[in-house]
Design a protein around this ligand. Structure first.
Ligand SMILES: Nc1ncnc2c1ncn2[C@@H]1O[C@H](COP(=O)(O)OP(=O)(O)OP(=O)(O)O)[C@@H](O)[C@H]1O
Ligand SMILES: [Mg+2]
Length: 300
């Protein structure tokens, strides 16, 4: 198991004794090499949850286990530096994690800190920029003078440069244009499927992740209201409404098609292309293609 939370609660507290319980009694399991989506209404505790995954926040109750590190509320923490290298966290607001005066310095900071030579660190920086589709000329630029989308990609690159086993991203596609959003999700899926990394993504756009996520965790008011597959959500989208979330368009289309064509027992098709192909095939099978002749064009 890459990440396991047992009865975890987290309460923010300040010196004035003002307290805000952001997470309550969470039991969550994330398998190694899986792709997990996390969704929930604003203020439901998503960002707080992510910060427990690399020890930035420590549970105020319960136990957080990440890879071979166990953090238990009220007990002395183990050394967290190795965990920070192995669990890369991309913040919700990328400017929170850029602090140097050039993009390159930001990207080599982590690798240098974890013992790589300057040459190796610069090499990692270039590879991560290329993976994010960023021009290497941007390495010399001040990160705070980049566009919102470039800065977000650079923030993700600075995490990838550390070659982490687990990559945790807080709304990574916010501020990106539609093409960049699709490219980023495809890149994250490759990091998972081809490189075996564990990927966790908080998103307000469930549609773009539904076809790829192995599982979903839905938060409601600081509680884990659901943990399961997209298939389970497709079978009972009311779960989403109970969490204060809109049912994603792809699920609504699938539900309508499943009802119309009696597909309820099939695995849900959650991309427009997949669903269109399935419906076209069904229409051909049923000879209900608007009266046109079979074209015999090789489609099954
Ligand atoms: N630093 C903090 N100090 C005190 N309370 C906080 C702090 N950060 C978050 N909270 C509170 O904890 C709760 C959960 O916040 P969190 O940021 O985890 O939600 P979220 O699901 O990420 O929301 P959003 O979708 O708006 O990003 C909220 O009630 C919030 O006001
Ligand atoms: Mg948040």
């Amino acid at each position: 198991m890459a990440i396991q939370l047992q009865q975890v609660s987290y309460t923010y507290a300040d010196r004035s004794m003002w307290r805000q319980t952001a997470l309550h009694d969470i039991n969550l399991h994330i398998a190694e090499g899986s792709l997990t989506g996390i969704a929930g209404a604003t203020g439901s505790g998503k960002s707080t949850l992510l910060q427990l995954f690399n020890g930035i926040l420590k549970p105020t109750e319960g136990t957080v286990q990440v890879l071979d590190v166990t953090i238990t509320a009220g007990e002395k923490s183990p050394r967290l530096l190795p965990l920070r290298r192995r669990v890369g966290l991309v913040f919700q607001f990328p400017e929170q994690q850029m602090f140097e005066d050039t993009v390159e310095k930001d990207l080599i900071f982590g690798p240098l800190n974890f013992g790589l030579s300057l040459e190796e660190a610069k090499d990692r920086a270039r590879q991560a920029m290329t993976a994010m589709g960023l021009d290497l000329a941007l390495l010399e630029r001040n990160p705070f003078r980049l566009s919102g989308g470039q800065m977000r990609k650079a923030a993700i690159a600075s995490v990838l440069a550390m070659d982490p086993d687990i990559v945790v991203l807080d709304e990574p596609t916010a501020t990106l244009d539609p093409v960049s959003r699709a490219e980023l999700i495809a890149l994250l899926e490759r990091l998972c499927r081809e490189q075996g990394r564990t990927i966790v993504i908080v998103t307000h756009r469930m549609d773009e992740l539904l076809p790829y996520a192995d599982q979903w965790a839905l938060l409601k008011g600081g509680e884990l209201a659901f943990q399961g597959s997209g298939r389970e959500l497709a079978a009972d989208p009311a779960i989403l409404e109970r969490c204060g979330l809109r049912v994603p368009q792809s699920l609504r289309y699938w539900q309508a098609a499943a009802k119309r064509f009696g597909l309820e027992n099939e695995p849900p098709l959650l991309t427009a292309e997949g669903l269109a192909e399935r419906i076209a095939a069904l229409l051909r099978e049923r000879g209900n293609n608007g009266g046109a002749e079979e074209t015999g064009d090789g489609h099954e």
